[in-house]
Structures are given as structure tokens and as C-alpha cells.
Design a protein around this ligand. Sequence first.
Ligand code: TYD
Ligand code: MG
Length: 463
Amino acid sequence: MAKTAKRHRCIDCGSTSARWAGRCPSCGEWNTLVEEAQLGSLVRAVEALDLSAMPVPLSSVDLSEATAVPTGVEEFDRVLSGGLVPGSVTLLGGEPGIGKSTLLLQVLAARAASGHRVLLVSAEESAHQVRLRAERLGPIPPGLLILAATDVGTVISSVVEAEPDLVVIDSIQAVAIGPATLGERRASGVPGSITQVRECADQLVGLAKSRQVATVLVGHVTKDGALAGPRALEHMVDTVLSFEGDRHHALRLLLAVKHRFGPTGELGLFEMGDQGLNRVDDPGRLLLGDRLTGVPGGVVLPALQGRRTLLVELQALVAPMGQAQAKRSVVGLDSGRLVMTLAVLARHAELPMLAMDVFASVAGGIRVTEPAADLAVALAVASAATGVALPSNLAAVGEVGLAGEIRQVSGLPRRLEEAARLGFDRVVVPASAPGGPAGVELIRVDTVAEAVARFGCIDGASR
Ligand code: TYD
Ligand code: MG
């Protein structure tokens, strides 16, 4: 068979070549060259389903299509401002093991329980494994279908066939353009490469729009968000959700990073238990429940997570330098900001931090990287360094500048209200802060030195 004259494209690296070869001349991957015309036919097959290619007056566009349909998982619906919109595509990103499959299985089951037909495409786990997990979560409604497949062509035909109104693809990195898509044995790329992930997502987005099926794609993201794939998809989808938390803690946070149908910033809170994820009504219990009071090195920070305020405990531990270089270690905080805060404490509050090992963390597996945490970090470190415990009803919030000044932060009224609600009635704030709610004593400070001196930490340092 003559393989000349037709352009071929590698479905892994995307490079083109004038002739077919068993091995891609660019990336060296085997069996990945596909005739461009064949790739095109798949795209056309999906596009053929789309009947709305004619321009229409904007005012005549049917709004009911963009109405969110609740899934029944309350915290999930809240983050999506009501639920999933038919025909929309949502990307759920998160680290492996954080609970993405569990959350979506619960969403599917809740939706199916209200009489809808839904489909889980499991590309990573067998149907058997998924059934075992589902048993843990509760009764399995009859409308919950499963397809264990990795070939995007198989996925597309089963969605067309089964006509579900919600499809979950778990995960987008595990699906690939395979034999079922191209009708040939030789073409099967490596799942997970950027081109594969993008190409598959493109097909699935087209399918979601043409069939009006709400689609959720799962994407694994590593700690630094580096893994190829999910980040590259963000512009293709309507909504990007991020599922966060620490595997060793129960609390999970669901945030909308991008949302075409409503505001971002809502925060969903879940707790991972033996029977799946449950909503958390009272995050204070999880986050502050085990707090020790009267011990140096701890202070409470009203942190903003999306549109919610969470009170978290910041802890610091200071020890004489163990090695030639001082150690700085953070959990849930920005290490760069800790180093800066330590330098400011050393320079402007005369605390000899530079020759000390410093450890700082946020309890409960939450990440707080906003500058508003600086003042609380500074106070926790100063308290740890001097052995002077801070009052147990004290909270602190403010950004620390390089000159040692305390700067204004966003959302202060909300932070103060939440602090007051949970009984933290003394709050250290920037001097320029507006008035707080009744019953809360605001301790206004201009500089970090003033804040530290106020709680006796400077005197302790010079002991
Ligand atoms: P999983 O949903 O598989 O995570 P992901 O899809 O993001 O990789 O869940 C991961 C963890 O959750 C797993 O370590 C087991 C735990 N888990 C529970 O603690 N309780 C449960 O009811 C379930 C189903 C899982
Ligand atoms: Mg999973």
C-alpha cells in the first residue's frame, strides 16, 4: 500500500510528516502517525451532530438551556451556583487520592436517585472496583450506568447510545484516541500526553455541546499543578473546579476557579469519612477543635477561602540552628513570605531570627498563602521565640511590609465577624482598619515591632 502523498500527524506530539512511518520522526513514539484526513473525519462526525451553526439574534437565544440543574449534593451545587448546566463541561482538578472519584460518584448517585440517567466512564478503575466503592457510599440507583473504557471513540458512541444527561470522565488523562476512534489497530497513542489529552477533551466538549449533556472531566494535578494536561484544558471548558485538602486530614475544599455561569469564590466544605464525603457545617470544630491554649507559638487567623472565612490556627516552632544553615519549613503557608517575615522581625523587631530554625504551619491541612497571614505568622514566631504565650481569645490579620509596617487586607469586616462569632474578641489589625463589629476589641498596630511589643514578646527576646 502506498503511504506517500498523504500528510500524517503524530497523535502524541502533534508534528506532521509527509509520509507514514512506523515511528514518529519527531518524538520517536511507535504507531502514532495517523493520516490527517482520518483525524478530520472524527471531528466532522462530532460536528455533524451540531445543528446550531446558523447565526441567530442574541436576544432570541433560549436562556432555559443555561439553567443550572441541581445534582443533589448540596456543597457541590453551591460552588456551581445551583448545579450543572446541560451541555456544559466542567473540569475537576485535584491531587491523586484527594477524593475526586468519590465526590463524583456521590454526585452521579444523587442525580440518578432523582430519576435521571447518568454515566460514569471509568478509564482508570475497573467496573468491579467502582462497584465496591459505590457500595460503601450507599444504595446504587438503577439509573447510574458505568462504562469501563479508555478509547474516546467508545466513550462518544456510548454517550450517543445511552443518552445520559450527566457524564463523568474519570480521568481525562487516562482516555486516548485508540482503535475504536480510528478504526485501525495501529493507531493508539500514549494516554496522558498533552496532545492526546487536548484532542480527547476537544471531542468530548463537542459532544457535550451537541448532545446537551452535562460533562465533568476529572484531571489529576500534582502539588505544583505541573502535570501535563489539566492546565492546558482550562480555556476549553466552562467551569474549572479545584478539589483541595491534605490526604492526612479529613477536610476537603471545593473551589470554582473559573465559572461561565455564575460567580467564582463560593467554597464547598466536605469531610472525608468511612462512607464518603459529608458536608461540613461547622469547620471551626475540625480546624480549631484540638487547639491548645496558653502555649507559646500559636495564634488564630481569620483566613479568606473564596467567599468564606475560615478561622485557622497558625503555629510556629523556633529552635537554635541545628546545622550550618538555618532551616525554614512550612506546611500550608508560603515559604517565601515566611522568610520575608523573619527578615522583617529580625530587622525591625530585634528578634534574632536569622540564626534560628523556624517551622510554621497551618493546622488542619488548609493552605493559606494570602499576605493577610503575615501578621499572624509574625506573632506566632515571636511568641515561639520568646516563650510568651498569646492570649487564647486573640486573632490577628494584616500584611507585613518590608519596612515593618502593617498593611490593610481585603475583606476585613467579614473576617472580624467570623472571629467574633467564634469567640475571638480581641483582634490585632492594621492601624488604618475600619471599625469592627460590636463586642470585638480591635488592637490597631502600625508596625510589626509594635504588635510584638504589645504582647510582651520583645522583652522576652532580650532575656
Ligand atoms: P479517590 O476518590 O479515589 O481519590 P481520587 O479520585 O482523587 O484519586 O479517594 C481517595 C481516598 O479516599 C482513598 O485513599 C480512600 C479514601 N476514602 C475514604 O476515606 N472513605 C470513603 O468512603 C472512600 C470511598 C474513600
Ligand atoms: Mg480517582
